[in-house]
Design a protein around this ligand. Structure first.
Ligand code: ZN
Length: 177
């Protein structure tokens, strides 16, 4: 097989230095600058899953979600980094949990999350029941954004937050930068 021209072509292509254009890839345009652009776009992603339970209802919604009800939310917090640290990590999974889970537990877990104009806000507060009033309807989309904004505010390089309201329904928020 040593002299097999096909296998030696494949071998040389596979062993071409990483990041440099192979003879087959060179041609019109600059393969090197294409590679550099691709490398600038490339990044590592890590995702930490966190969970919390919450109650809510949607104002002005015609379906049954207009009634008070609850969900077991699964939150996926995706972070990106162009580089790895000296341990080979984009972001430490534990750091994500430490920065976000305590806030989720204190602010959202076992809390009724409502629109600020919902009459239940006053009633629940009068009863000392945990209630968070938002300027928006407490949909999975708005909760994903709420968590995204909090994580960003804590300095985490979040690229997307996905919130599973049920095992079948997921909303996500990402800011295109
Ligand atoms: Zn719901």
């Amino acid at each position: 097989m040593e002299g097999d021209p096909l296998s030696s072509t494949l071998r040389s292509a596979r062993h071409a230095p990483l990041g440099l254009p192979t003879p087959l890839a060179s041609g019109r345009g600059s393969g090197t600058s294409r590679t550099r652009r691709a490398r600038q776009r490339a990044s590592f992603q890590v995702t930490r899953v966190l969970r919390f339970c919450y109650g809510h209802r949607l104002l002005h919604y015609p379906g049954k979600c207009r009634h008070l009800h609850g969900h077991n939310a699964r939150v996926e917090i995706e972070l990106s980094s162009k580089k790895l640290n000296r341990l080979g990590m984009a972001v430490d999974f534990e750091k994500i949990k430490q920065k976000i889970q305590a806030w989720l537990d204190a602010e959202l877990d076992h809390t009724m999350i409502l629109h600020e104009k919902d009459p239940w806000v006053k009633i629940l507060r009068a009863q000392n029941e945990p209630c968070l009033a938002l300027k928006t309807n407490p949909t999975a989309e708005n909760l994903a954004k709420l968590i995204y904004d909090y994580a960003r505010g804590r300095g985490l390089p979040v690229t997307e937050v996905r919130l599973w309201e049920t095992p079948h329904s997921r909303a996500s928020y990402r800011r295109n930068e």
